[in-house]
Design a protein around this ligand. Structure first.
Ligand SMILES: C[S@@+](CC[C@H](N)C(=O)[O-])C[C@H]1O[C@@H](n2cnc3c(N)ncnc32)[C@H](O)[C@@H]1O
Length: 198
């Protein structure tokens, strides 16, 4: 199968199944492998537009669960009663305070991040921008993820990923790297799955 046929496969499948992006199949594959999402969970999705992760999360957490998405871009209404979205920057501390207050939340059970910086095509620059985002994700995790909770985070190549994994190791007891089939063959991206926050 050529690269383009395989891109088509996930793109078409997303359309057919009513998902807003093919990325959904990355989260689905990660969830099927690590069994992360369960009914009733409270989940925070960082870099959530256009919303396919949230669509999947909404299905898995059921009506007792709460899914919250943040993105710089506006997310068109997902029409899911258990999912709410906020347009904003993940570096904005006031936004988290607002989210927690407005939704009567304390901490989340799971945080997902598919954050991607505006890319330049220069791996070193893009990787550095991705690292900045990911270090901020770890800050959010430290404050807003419950003990025992998990994190799924996209990483790009082009920087010393060992530094990031080293930071994650200070917070989580289990760390795995995983590259779902739906990641385009031309992309260097992969995900780290962090489990059991200390
Ligand atoms: C690959 S897309 C996410 C796709 C999403 N997981 C889905 O399934 O629909 C990455 C997103 O990260 C967002 N992003 C990048 N930097 C951000 C920041 N500082 N704060 C919030 N969102 C950011 C971008 O706006 C973009 O929508």
């Amino acid at each position: 199968m050529t690269k383009y046929q395989s891109q088509d496969k996930f793109f078409k499948k997303a359309k057919e199944e009513g998902y807003r992006a093919r990325s959904v199949f990355k989260l689905q594959a990660i969830d099927e492998r690590y069994h992360l999402l369960r009914p009733g969970m409270k989940v925070l999705d960082l870099g959530a537009a256009p919303g396919s992760f949230l669509q999947y999360i909404g299905e898995k957490i059921g009506e007792r669960g709460v899914g919250i998405g943040i993105d710089l871009q506006k997310i068109e209404d997902l029409k899911l009663v258990n999912v709410k979205t906020y347009q904003g920057d993940i570096f904005d501390e006031e936004l988290y305070k607002k989210i927690v207050r407005e939704n009567g939340l304390d901490k989340f059970d799971l945080i997902t991040s598919d954050l991607a910086p505006k890319t330049t095509g220069i791996p070193f620059v893009d990787g550095g921008a991705s690292l900045d985002l990911n270090l901020q994700v770890l800050e959010v995790v430290a404050k807003y993820l419950r003990r025992g909770g998990g994190l799924v985070m996209k990483i790009l190549p082009g920087f010393n990923e060992g530094d990031l994994i080293g930071e994650a190791r200070k917070i989580f007891r289990v760390i795995r790297k995983y590259r779902p089939q739906a990641v385009r063959k031309s992309s260097g991206e992969s995900y780290i799955v962090c489990l059991k926050k200390s």
